[in-house]
Design a protein around this ligand. Structure first.
Ligand code: S3P
Length: 194
């Protein structure tokens, strides 16, 4: 069943079962929440936004945490919250843009999750972030320049993720589909011994 002229037609449609949490990484505006919510729906898993969890734990917004305590304290809180979330049952986890850049948080994510980098070009990122003003790092100077600098610093590190998918201006459902196919291919390589 499912094999027509040597082509396994069940492959592309069989449900993808995730052995562990899928953590989405990438810059602000990469679409981690938009794609993450769709991905969670498609996989039948809960969606968790790490930034929301940090705000809940701190009892204030991320902008207020940066303002009152500074970025280093924010990163420490982010590390604690993500560490706790990674010990929960498998889910789709959207992480803030700097989470994977922190060496300890990255090591935790690499050990306990399948990591997916949503890679996007500057214009795509900028177009998505310019409508909202809640991100503290984008208040430090010209937002497009900040994003360009962060791309230079962070893209070589995001590139260590298990799976890389381009997040373009195409509909989010299409990108979600590409994430599912990339995850399927990655999980297959994990199963096949080298
Ligand atoms: C940050 C990204 C933000 C948030 C914080 C710091 C970063 O999350 O965690 O403002 O360092 O890139 P999003 O990537 O969800 O905007």
């Amino acid at each position: 069943m499912g094999d027509i002229h040597g082509f396994n037609v069940m492959d592309a449609r069989s449900p993808l079962s995730l052995p562990r949490t899928v953590a989405l990484v990438g810059l602000m505006g990469a679409g981690k929440s938009a794609i993450g919510k769709r991905l969670a729906m498609r996989l039948g898993l809960p969606f968790v936004d790490a930034d929301d969890e940090i705000e809940r734990a701190a009892g204030c917004s991320i902008a207020e945490i940066f303002e009152k305590y500074g970025e280093a304290d924010f990163r420490a809180g982010e590390r604690r919250v993500i560490s706790r979330l990674l010990d929960e049952s498998p889910h789709v986890l959207s992480t803030g843009g700097g989470a994977y850049i922190d060496p300890e948080t990255r090591a935790l994510m690499r050990a306990k999750a399948v990591t997916v980098w949503l890679r996007a070009e500057l214009d795509v990122l900028f177009d998505r972030v310019r409508k909202r003003a809640h991100r503290p790092l984008l208040r430090n100077g010209d937002p497009k320049e900040v994003l360009a600098r962060l791309m230079t610093q962070r893209y070589p590190i995001y590139a260590e993720a298990d799976v890389v998918v381009d997040s373009t201006a195409q509909p989010a459902d299409r990108t979600t589909e590409q994430v599912i196919e990339a995850l399927r291919a990655h999980l297959q390589t994990e199963k096949t011994p080298a």
